[in-house]
Design a protein around this ligand. Sequence first.
Ligand code: UD1
Ligand code: UDP
Length: 367
Amino acid sequence: MKVLTVFGTRPEAIKMAPLVKVLHDSPAVEQKVCSTGQHREMLEPIMSFFDIEADFNLDIMQPGQDLTDITSRILLGMRGVLQEFQPDWVLVHGDTTTALAATLAAFYAGVKVGHVEAGLRTGSLYAPFPEEANRLLVDRLASAYFAPTQRNADNLLREGVASSRILITGNTVVDALLWATEKVKGFSEQVPSGIQTAFENNARVLLVTGHRRENFGKGFRQICAALRTLAGRFPDLNIVYPVHLNPQVQKPVLEYLSDLPNILLAAPMEYPDFVFAMKSSGLILTDSGGIQEEAPSLGKPVLVMRDTTERPEALEAGAVQLVGADEDRIVAAVENWWTDKPLVMAANPYGDGQSSSRISDYLLNNG
Ligand code: UD1
Ligand code: UDP
């Protein structure tokens, strides 16, 4: 069986890496890996950490790219890759524009698509934007659906997908996290010493990430205002913020937050360093999807800077709270944690670390 595994951004690479390894070890599978290169600097260290090389690299990233740039460049690039490799399956992940464009290219070429992390829904087409639309469109065109949870499978069944095409797998992010935590003993030398110091002596650390398109502009100004207020109100709180490379994020964050002693801005961290940072922090404030899944797996509470989530499982388990990109709500929620130290959740709703093997077995049995 010939399988083309496609990814292009940081979270897709992390979540596809364990599957790439399992398929690589299967004698019945000839796998090739295609990176669209939607991300560049943020992708390369992940591939090297997981020891994965791309057989094809479309290398499409441009500074400040828009959705049309990404989609059209991937469609054009994938055409040649599909013609050359002639796969039986194309595997895509999640909700990025890489996932959508690769799916469309495979559909045009008459190649079956397996959707890893299928069936997540917020129910609101514009939140997150464009990811909710990407998920829906990929799921209209796919042939096999690897749903992390029962709820994700139920969403697909409600939309008319045949149950025989759906497999509940757990989320491959848990496979990746378990693999990484085996290897992570502390920060690497690449993490600036100032950041490392922020975690020492049992300091209480608020770890922050943010990059959602729908938060650009007003949302990021509110997020930055909240962090300034918190830094001023709680001088013993260390706020550590590895800043996404998107210029729409870099600009407001560096402009508003560079001058405070207890806000430590950093370059995006390599995955093992970020896993160690999550493990060592007290609270995580983020708009990321993947971190909503990793943090409960590490027993860490998360405040999500969004109004809705496609991952309600952790919300129901009490590990995640939605605070929007809203200054007052963010400040109140962090203050509550600072004063009350809320409990962390024990169970992880997202999987047992065997998701990749389940996906590989399904492909071999349904080739
Ligand atoms: C993309 C995904 C989003 C995912 C996120 C993970 C889409 C539409 N968005 O958003 O779903 O949650 O990745 O991070 O697919 N840049 C660099 N170097 C890098 C990566 C990005 O310089 O390694 C800068 C570039 O200027 C680039 C910009 O960031 O143009 C935006 O990258 P893009 O992939 O378009 O959007 P993200 O916000 O990263
Ligand atoms: N991550 C990382 N370094 C960082 C910030 C995040 O390795 O500095 C990891 C994080 O552990 C998670 C993934 O990147 O696995 C999340 O990526 P991102 O927030 O870019 O995308 P999303 O999850 O929102 O799609």
